[in-house]
Design a protein around this ligand. Structure first.
Ligand code: DAH
Length: 339
């Protein structure tokens, strides 16, 4: 065996190691050279046949070859291991942000309702509730709307077939139910669903949500009502907003008003939603009618009160600048997911 052979083995080692793609292949190469029956041991065995001098020289060369081989193997192993962890990493990269689970959220009307409740609670109002299926007494008579009174036509009522029950047309009956059970002074709001036999359009729904308000004191006036309303609007719209009271008629209040705020869609310029008036009516209000107090067993000479009824849908439309009330109950996720 001559020098050339050693060199060609060295070259072969280099090529083979370079070509190795896995640790397994590398181990095979290692065994082929360093194993018991491997190339190196064969070369060492051949030393016996040489003279002493040659053996020393040759032995050194073989040793060098062995070191070279081990070095190359180690180097390549390091590289392959690095690559392997890289690939593993590609399979499971802990730095990739997690996939977001789709969770639902509160309906915009619920969000608005909660906001309104929060604001009034901060002004000392409690939250009252009443049934959605009402009797005529609470929905009409006690509110100073006797049978045959033309005002009943204002609320196109859905009657239930039996027992003269109906779906409440407004949240005002909660005023009656509350005053029947509680002694003034009192401050309540009563959010709830109401139902009307109505054709629907951009401003009307047959089912809507209202928020009733009632405050009863020994001495209280429209000025208090205005103060509370203006505080409410300021907090609800998070800015000072123009509102006005216009004379109106409700059987259960005297005097009666309707409350309008600057139309947020057109900023008061006039648009289809506000019927070109620049204002949008969002509540009815007034001073509690003496007959209402009487019907609840309270003395109207002793007590004064104001009341209001907000359309929750209207409030939400104003807050989110929505121009069609029907969207709220459309169950359209493209709409709902925006809130
Ligand atoms: N209940 C009335 C309606 O549904 C709204 C309303 C007007 C409520 C005046 C009130 C009020 O409490 O004082 O149209």
């Amino acid at each position: 065996m001559n020098e050339d052979e050693l060199n060609s083995i060295k070259d072969k080692i280099k090529r083979e190691i370079e070509a190795a793609k896995t640790i397994n292949q590398l181990n095979q190469i290692s065994r082929g050279y360093l194993g018991k029956k491997g190339v190196i041991s064969r070369l060492l065995k051949e030393l016996k046949t040489l003279t002493k001098e040659e053996r020393v020289r040759r032995g050194k060369k073989i040793n060098e070859l062995k070191c070279f081989l081990q070095e190359k193997l180690e180097e390549k192993e390091g590289l392959l291991k690095k690559e392997e962890t890289k690939q593993e990493g590609a399979k499971f990269d802990i730095t990739v942000p997690g996939r977001k689970l789709k969770v639902g959220h509160l309906h915009p009307l619920t969000q608005v309702k909660r906001k309104v409740e929060e604001i009034f609670q901060s002004m000392g109002f409690s939250i009252a509730q009443g049934p959605e299926i009402e009797d005529e007494w609470h929905n009409f008579d006690a509110l100073n709307i006797p049978p045959e009174h033309p005002a009943r036509d204002v609320w196109d009522t859905l009657y239930l077939r039996e027992q003269k029950l109906l779906l409440r047309t407004h949240t005002s009956p909660v005023q009656i139910r509350y005053m029947e059970k509680h002694q003034p002074p009192l401050r309540i709001i009563a959010p709830g669903r109401v139902f009307r036999h109505e054709a629907t359009d951009a401003r009307h729904e047959f089912q809507l949500s209202q928020i009733e308000g009632l405050m009863v004191e020994r001495e209280i006036s429209v000025a208090n009502l205005k103060a509370v309303l203006s505080e409410f609007f300021r907090k609800f719209f998070t800015k000072d907003i123009n509102f006005r009271l216009d004379p109106d008629f409700f059987p259960f209040t005297e005097p009666s008003f309707n409350v309008s705020v600057t139309c947020v869609i057109c900023q008061g310029k006039g648009c289809s939603l506000c019927k070109k008036t620049g204002y949008l009516e969002i509540a009815g209000a007034g001073m509690v009618h003496p007959n209402v107090f009487k019907n609840c067993g309270l003395n109207p000479k002793e007590w004064q009160g104001w009341a209001f009824g907000f359309g929750l849908d209207r409030l939400a439309m104003m807050k989110y600048r929505i121009d069609d009330v029907r969207l709220f109950r459309s169950a359209d996720l493209r709409f709902l997911s925006q809130f």
